[in-house]
Design a protein around this ligand. Structure first.
Ligand SMILES: [Zn+2]
Length: 136
């Protein structure tokens, strides 16, 4: 759905102007994320001049394309979450430590020199801390 200006502002204010996931202050170009993924089909649309673009069709889960399912997200979080469910994404994020240890010698070296400490902390999203504090 295309949000109106007022609806967009409503989503932006859900967590006081912060990203619902990492908690950063939302940048000017923030994204309205579908909390429960709302996967769309892409179809090829050919223009009279022969150029082709991909256009989204009707959402496959139209009941999820509602403002109640929208979360304010910074672009890195929104792009990382993509169309994953929250729990899949949580696991994906936690796995970044393994990727860093496997593929990034600079990371391993920085860790070796105690510049980085792995905490083993669970991935907790900003909205979970905020909603938990409210007793929700
Ligand atoms: Zn974020």
């Amino acid at each position: 759905m295309k949000l109106t200006k007022a609806q967009r502002e409503q989503v932006r204010q859900k967590y006081d102007g912060h990203c619902a996931y990492c908690g950063c202050q939302l940048p000017e170009r923030w994204h309205a994320d579908h909390f429960e993924p709302c996967i769309r089909d892409l179809k090829r649309v050919e223009a009279p001049n022969g150029s082709v673009r991909l256009a989204t069709t009707t959402p496959l889960r139209p009941e999820r394309d509602v403002i109640e399912n929208m979360m304010p997200a910074c672009p890195p979080c929104n792009i990382s979450k993509a169309s994953m469910s929250l729990e899949s994404w949580r696991g994906w994020l936690a796995g970044h430590i393994n990727s860093l240890n496997s593929y990034h010698p600079i990371y391993r070296l920085a860790k070796q020199y105690s510049l980085i400490t792995e905490t083993g902390a669970p991935v907790v999203f900003h909205f979970e801390r905020v909603d938990g504090a409210k007793g929700a």
